[in-house]
Design a protein around this ligand. Sequence first.
Ligand code: G3I
Length: 305
Amino acid sequence: ASTLAAAAQQSGRYFGTAVAANKLGDSTYVGILNREFDMVTAENEMKMDATEPNQNQFSFSNGDRIVNHARNQGKRVRGHALAWHSQQPGWMQNMSGTALRNAMLNHVTQVATYYKGKIYAWDVVNEAYADGSSGGRRDSNLQRTGNDWIEAAFRAARAADPNAKLCYNDYNTDNWSHAKTQGVYRMVQDFKSRGVPIDCVGFQAHFNSGNPVPSNYHTTLQNFAALGVDVQITELDIEGSGSSQAQQYQGVVQACLAVARCTGITVWGIRDSDSWRSSGTPLLFDGSGNKKAAYTSVLNALNSA
Ligand code: G3I
């Protein structure tokens, strides 16, 4: 196959990208989006600050631009993200206790209800685990409402949109030996054993020289999948260039393809110039929209599945 999406579809997987609403008027950007990808994630437009700028006043116009573009083009949508310690609207940032818990649950319910039927999978909770060696939860205003806030969010999302897959999404969970990976693993194991509704785990996969693609990536994905969840690479980008970058991209794709329940891969932007990283060249297309060596290695890896 000659596009990323078509190549991924050969093994029943998807290949997606993050999309920014304010770039939907850029014809080069949209041309690549429409041609190469079959899954879309809003880069910022469906987050808490974007969708509920004032308490109980919801704003879906930019999210809708992305969802409508995707659906009109026959693409599916990953929802990102219902509950997160970051990118909270100002009114939420200083809330605590029962008021915050109820505001968070109301947000999950309202946003998941609004998009009901249009979302393949929601990142219900994003980045709730701490960096470092504790393996424990990140301190946040949401965590301080009680350790059960994550499962409460998942139950609210399930009630609002029973057909969407519900994912936990985090970064630096790629290396099986990291404490953070183990912490998330134990949470998913606990949720599955107690019947908390969780269907998938998202691995953001933001890699750079200090945080390279781990050689045990396949082990990580396989071990999570063995808990009875789908796994997805949700925000892939890899700093670097040339054949070194291309090889690392190939390794990530091969790790996913080796795991039956790794259902798809999303890159976090289209061209290098679209990346959230202010400098660097971490994506599959250069600033002019030309395919990079990394693109070719990803396409070839998908085609040899
Ligand atoms: O739109 C405003 C603009 O009006 C304003 O002038 C400008 C001034 O700073 O800010 C613009 O908003 C920025 C927004 O991106 C859109 O470009 C925000 O400041 C900036 O914080 C925001 O960054 C986003 C970041 O999440 C925020 O946490 C990145 O685009 C986005 O790629 C990034 O994505 C996250 C995932 O959601 C979760 N995983 C990590 C990933 C990378 O950080």
